[in-house]
Design a binder for this molecule. Structure first.
Ligand code: 2E6
Ligand code: F3S
Length: 310
């Protein structure tokens, strides 16, 4: 059994989950969270059991209640809608998503056409695009490039969602650059350190693996990307599971080496469950494949800071 490192929680998820926990402690149940705080079924279920009410939109929240914005970020229109209902808002947006929002605002102010590479319908791109809807066009992968139109090819920049496949994004950028040779690059990487590190680790592990199991939820962009990256890097098979119970014993037939990793929104306890299941199937030689060490920690939102790990 090979264990990819790094895997699991990133600094932004750790901060977002702790933000909800501390908000519960400080304000008492119920508190409300717009969308899933992070895209993980287990995290959402556990918090719901503790009195967190997950809603789709601000209009489902009673006037004056506490509302936490999810790690994926929200547009200015959502902030305004919450203010109009006098909601007490706490923003758990990952600081690395906020950074992309700032870039979108800055280049919109300078009247650039902004080509936002990302997945249609994902909450993060809805929030980022909402910073400058008149300047942002979504580009959902290399095949979407032919449909892009810009006003001035000398004033174009690409930005991206934080959780994309690095390789697919570079393919999209290359196609864009063929059409718009003067296109500018983002001031810094938008695909975040955690997404990149988890992809590098699974790439290092995958060629050795007959099977890679990625722990993560279907709606978790970075988790789904790990399955694709594993397959692209030579794993003979790769599957996404939320829980150990979803591992199909048929997947293990003829498998000598199995690799395990997990998305940035996945608690380690779920990975433990998969490791124990595989140990039960005779995979008792466990080794790590480590490609980076992560030490980044983000401060909690200001109003909760005194409460951190109190
Ligand atoms: C916020 C921003 C980026 O679907 P996605 O991978 O974006 O989200 P999660 O919640 O699975 O991962 C963490 C995250 C939060 N990534
Ligand atoms: Fe943030 Fe990247 Fe995690 S954008 S929430 S550090 S996956």
């Amino acid at each position: 059994m090979l264990l990819a490192e790094p895997r699991g929680y990133c600094a932004g998820v750790d901060r977002a989950v702790e933000t909800v926990e501390k908000s519960l402690e400080k304000h008492g149940a119920p508190i409300y969270v717009r969308k899933e705080i992070v895209h993980n079924r287990h995290v959402v279920r556990t918090l719901a059991d503790r009195g967190v009410v997950f809603v789709d939109e601000t209009d489902e929240v009673p006037e004056g209640a506490v509302l936490v914005f999810s790690a994926h970020g929200v547009s200015p229109a959502v902030h305004e809608a919450a203010a109009a209902r006098n909601l007490h808002t706490i923003d758990a947006t990952c600081p690395l998503v906020t950074k992309v929002h700032q870039e979108a605002k800055r280049f919109a102010r300078d009247d650039y056409d902004i080509l936002l590479i990302g997945h249609e319908g994902h909450e993060e791109v809805e929030g980022t695009a909402g910073e400058a809807p008149d300047h942002v066009q979504l580009v959902d992968g290399p095949d979407a490039v032919d449909n892009v139109e810009v006003r001035d090819p000398a004033k174009v920049i690409w930005l991206s969602q934080t959780t994309l496949s690095v390789d697919e994004t570079m393919a999209t950028v290359q196609r864009l650059r063929e059409r718009f040779p003067l296109m500018q690059d983002p001031p810094s990487d938008d695909i975040c350190y955690a997404t990149q590190n988890r992809q590098v680790a699974v790439k290092a592990m995958a060629p050795e693996c007959d099977l890679v199991i990625v722990v993560g939820s279907r709606n978790s962009s970075n988790s789904v990307r790990l399955v694709e990256v594993a397959l692209g890097a030579g794993a003979r098979a790769a599957h996404l599971v939320d829980y150990a119970a979803e591992v199909d014993p048929a997947w293990l037939e003829g498998v000598r080496t199995v690799g395990i990793t997990s998305g940035a929104s996945v608690p380690e306890i779920l990975v433990r469950g998969v490791i124990e299941l595989l140990e039960g199937h005779g995979f008792d030689d466990v080794q790590s494949v480590t490609t980076a060490n992560e030490t980044l920690v983000f401060a909690l939102p200001r109003e909760l800071r005194d409460a951190r790990r109190a």
